[in-house]
Write a protein that binds this ligand. Structure first.
Ligand code: IFM
Length: 459
């Protein structure tokens, strides 16, 4: 691992509240043009799930199914962002970020996933994008962050090639409407979650438990990505186009665990990377091949203008059931904190693939945050972000073309099957009152981005 010149800023910043924070670090290797952002997703923040003609999504249906989501929580109100978005854009401006990554809710802009477009839903994103641009914040949108129109699920969902076709039509329409104002458009967020958690383990919507279906869904998601990119380019959309994958480095507890670790990595990372960048699926024992029709692999392997990577923890494999050392502890999700995995992952990918520019589109931690005297001292999150940014700077110093980093998340939100029990935000949300309280990490992130820009400019 390379040693980096990460110099601490001259002073220890103090949050407006008087709370002492670790000094922001000037991660100068990230450079002056590095994009600092935050991310969210539609279903997790918008609420208003029956407002202005929005159609039902598979997550509405899943939440309404007893026993699927902790405490029976749902997305009907969430952070009420559909109504409070001006306040949230103001918060982002206060945070001083360059960019905001959000997702478009397909059932909000096209209730049934085919047929009529919903002008009111489209107007919502239209206003949001314009307000971001007015605030000097680059909009980056994801077209699919898990909220499939239920009507398409009723016709087979992602197991059906009809959905693949519908997705490309939806993507093209969004590209024509918003593409000239976007700084990037991603087709999917974390297709592994849709395929495996949605169709193999049943933990996520639509809640299937069918391993064979999950393999095919995974393939269809990739197909829909390829078809969408073709359609967007044919429509003349010029903003950078890509996809966002959740990825991890792999660690074998003992040498004998290495083959199992390699298989786990193939199922998690190579499952998407190989088709997208090499035009084939991994060939190794235990890796189940989907049914691919003639032309599928070429369709999937469209040129990528960027690759989004979401990193939270590493894959740890022990056939003896040994737990990872977790020397830096675990997050409130129970995920091991392992920042060096980010560097290791990126440097490994650089070796294995012809990579396009990389954006870290999500990274962050769930923490059991409390508001005490109007403040949230989430110093654990500050430490998590600091260590991961440092790992990112190291990867960049080792030659990986990393263009930006988006903290997950702007604010606490609906954490899928965990409901509102897990808090990932830089801003605390009191769901009863919808009060937003910037946490200590908010202040630290703002100062770190600022110090880095200045440090790089002076270097
Ligand atoms: O909240 C999710 C997000 O929707 C996708 N990536 C992981 C986050 C934390 O679990």
């Amino acid at each position: 691992m390379s040693m980096l010149d990460i110099s601490a800023a001259a002073h220890v910043p103090t949050a407006p509240s008087g709370l002492s924070l670790p000094a922001p670090e000037t991660l100068q290797q990230l450079g002056q043009r590095f994009t600092w952002g935050v991310a969210t997703a539609a279903f997790q923040i918008e609420g208003a799930n029956q407002t202005d003609g929005r159609g039902e999504s598979i997550w509405d249906r899943f939440c309404a199914t007893p026993g699927k989501v902790r405490n029976g929580d749902d997305g009907s109100q969430a952070c009420d962002h559909y109504r409070r978005w001006p306040q949230d854009v103001a918060l982002m401006r206060q945070l001083g970020i360059d960019a905001y990554r959000f997702s478009i809710a397909w059932p909000r802009v096209q209730a049934l996933g085919h047929g009529a477009w919903n002008d009111k839903g489209i107007a919502f994103y239209d206003r949001l994008i314009d307000a971001l641009l007015d605030a000097g914040i680059q909009p980056h949108a994801t077209l699919y962050h898990w909220d499939l129109p239920q009507a398409l699920q009723d016709e087979g969902g992602w197991l059906s090639r009809v959905t693949v076709q519908r997705f490309a039509e939806y993507a093209e329409r969004m590209g024509r409407l918003f593409g000239d104002r976007m700084h990037s458009l991603a087709t999917h967020n974390e297709p592994w979650c849709t395929a495996v958690l949605g169709h193999e383990t049943g933990q996520f919507a639509p809640g299937w438990r069918d391993q064979v279906a999950a393999v095919q869904v995974s393939h269809n998601l990739l197909l829909s990505h390829g078809l969408a990119l073709q359609a967007l380019r044919a429509a003349g959309v010029k903003c950078p186009l890509g996809i966002v994958l959740n990825q991890s480095s792999r660690s074998a507890a003992k040498p004998k665990d290495q083959p199992a670790a390699d298989l786990a990595y193939a199922k998690f990372v190579r499952r998407f990377m190989d088709p997208l960048l090499l035009g084939r699926y991994p060939q190794l024992d235990g890796f189940v091949q989907p049914t691919a029709l003639e032309g599928d692999m070429a369709l999937i392997r469209q040129p990528l203008d960027f690759l989004g990577i979401n990193y939270y923890t590493r894959l740890w494999v022990s056939q003896d059931g040994l737990p990872p050392p977790a020397e830096l502890g675990r997050t409130d999700m129970g995920w091991e904190i392992y920042p060096d995995g980010l560097r290791e992952l990126l440097v490994g990918l650089q070796r294995e693939y012809p990579l396009p520019p990389i954006y870290i589109m999500e990274n962050g931690m769930a923490n059991a945050d409390q508001v005490v005297d109007g403040q949230v001292q989430d110093l654990e999150r500050v430490d998590y972000l600091r260590r991961h940014l440092q790992a990112l700077a190291e990867a960049k110093a080792e030659g990986v073309d990393i263009r930006g980093y988006f903290a997950w998340s702007l604010m606490d939100n609906f954490e899928w099957d965990s409901g509102y029990a897990k808090r990932f935000g830089l801003v605390h949300v009191d769901y009863a009152t919808q009060q937003r309280t910037p946490k200590a990490s908010f202040d630290w992130y703002r100062r770190t981005a600022q110090a880095t820009r200045q440090g790089a400019a002076n270097a």
